[in-house]
Design a protein around this ligand. Structure first.
Ligand SMILES: O=C([O-])C(=O)C[C@H](O)[C@@H](O)C(=O)[O-]
Ligand SMILES: [Mg+2]
Length: 433
């Protein structure tokens, strides 16, 4: 029997969108009232559509527009060829990941956008969910962790620092300020009550370490020893600070995420502190792995299919982690349901899943898929069983959120600029305490 010719890419639609994001504080500054995402839709010559979502950035969107011409006519099943074509065009980029908690590299984002949309199509053609294309489902539900942020009062979007007085439940709690340990505990209680999360992460690197460590002890006091806790100062601590507070938190932490900057500093802290160290900042690409293994910079890699070049690359990373005794979990950024669907398929396919994954999803209120917002049951999302990603693009919502993008005037994430609007003169420091 002759193999069938695969469907070929005939159209690529790239739509930047802006989604409402509350004033969340982090090491890089403050979230703008809108977070940017880019939605990519591939359409095949026989009219099948596949979608993906990546962090929004005008430079990356422009690179995607160049990729469009290179990819038209290629077989969606031939992901190796697609990768080769993209590597040949963008593989020499000199852009580095940068010092912020997010990633600036174009190639990994483009790979991710194209590969996920192709896998959505392949799933539709074969009648199988994406998790099956990644080797099959290891679990039916994928657990996520509560992701707490210090924040100013405010709802984001058009309301900015204002609030919607008619909001109820988590939609109301999400607007509250959280600027001290009591505020963090109140936020955690509201988020866990709504989503049923069974582990908790605090985004640190905002206040001096004593305050953030006190917040972790307050969470332990409020939730008891059965709820795993993590804190992520996004590499702002000095080695001695990380060792001091890392030791103090040994009895209460599941893992300590990126206390310090760089693999060497992480390795030094790891030798001194018993708690496992996790990273999405020092070992962030395949090129970083050899040194990570050589010097032992972390115990857990927080993968992110948007930054590691897609879902299949993330499976490769899982194999490397298994070989070298690293744990693997997942990092996130402000995102909608297309990204969440991809994260859930990947989470379901990973051979081991010892840690609940990160997600910013509770902080978002918009959605771009026809089924509406994903539901969490006891902190977990049920793996979609429909072909492909199992989500369909809501074209009306896409148009509205694209208009938000045009109106808001943002072209990339810049938390430093947003912070300066509130605290004039504030500057990002790569190591602060
Ligand atoms: O674990 C992390 O480093 C993140 O989740 C990075 C994000 O960019 C986070 O800092 C945020 O949303 O401000
Ligand atoms: Mg992190």
């Amino acid at each position: 029997m002759q193999p069938k010719a695969g469907p070929r890419i005939s159209q690529i639609h790239i739509t930047p969108i802006a989604i409402v994001d509350p004033p969340l504080l982090n090491a890089a500054g403050l979230h703008a009232p809108y977070a940017l995402r880019t939605v990519v839709e591939l359409v095949t010559d026989d009219g099948i559509s596949g979608i993906s979502e990546i962090p929004g950035n005008r430079d990356i969107d422009e690179a995607l527009a160049i990729a469009k011409d290179l990819l038209t006519g290629l077989d969606v099943f031939n992901l190796n060829e697609i990768r080769q074509v993209l590597s040949a065009r963008f593989g020499t980029e000199t852009i580095k990941r940068g010092e912020t908690p997010w990633d600036q590299r174009k190639l990994v984002h483009i790979f991710s956008a194209i590969e996920v949309a192709c896998m959505d199509i392949i799933g539709k053609v074969t009648g199988r969910p994406v998790v099956d294309l990644l080797g099959g489902k290891m679990r039916d539900r994928v657990p996520f962790s509560a992701y707490l942020f210090y924040k100013y009062e405010g709802a984001g979007g058009k309301l900015g620092f204002g609030i919607d007085p008619d909001a109820t439940g988590w939609a109301s709690a999400r607007q509250a300020a959280a600027l001290d340990p009591a505020g963090v505990v109140a936020q955690a209680k509201a988020m866990c009550a709504e989503f049923g999360f069974q582990s908790i992460k605090l985004k640190g690197g905002v206040f001096e370490p004593r305050q953030e460590v006190d917040a972790m002890f307050a969470l332990r006091e409020a939730f008891g020893p059965d709820v795993p806790l993590r804190v992520d100062p996004n590499a702002l601590w000095k080695v001695e600070t990380a060792i001091q507070y890392g030791k103090e938190m040994e009895p209460i932490l599941e893992y300590l995420e990126d206390p310090v900057r760089g693999q060497e500093n992480m390795a030094e802290v790891r030798k001194a502190v018993k708690t496992p160290l996790a990273t999405n900042m020092c070992t962030t690409s395949f090129e970083d792995i050899p040194n990570s293994i050589r010097i032992g910079s972390e115990d857990i890699i927080l993968s992110d299919h948007h930054f590691w070049g897609g879902l299949r690359s993330s499976m490769t990373l899982a194999g490397i982690c298994e070989t070298f005794g690293r744990g693997l979990s997942m990092h996130s950024n402000s995102h909608l349901g297309i990204s969440l669907a991809a994260m859930v398929h990947l989470g379901a396919a990973l051979p081991q899943l010892p840690y609940a994954l990160d997600t910013h999803y509770p902080w978002q209120s918009d959605e771009i898929i026809t089924q509406g917002r994903f539901q969490f049951e006891d902190g977990a999302v049920v793996v979609p069983s429909e072909p492909g990603l199992g989500v369909e693009l809501d074209r009306q919502a896409l148009a509205t959120l694209h208009q938000n993008y045009l109106d808001c005037g943002l072209t990339k994430r810049d938390d430093e600029v947003e912070m300066q609007k509130v605290q004039p003169g504030w500057t990002f420091q790569s190591v602060r305490w």
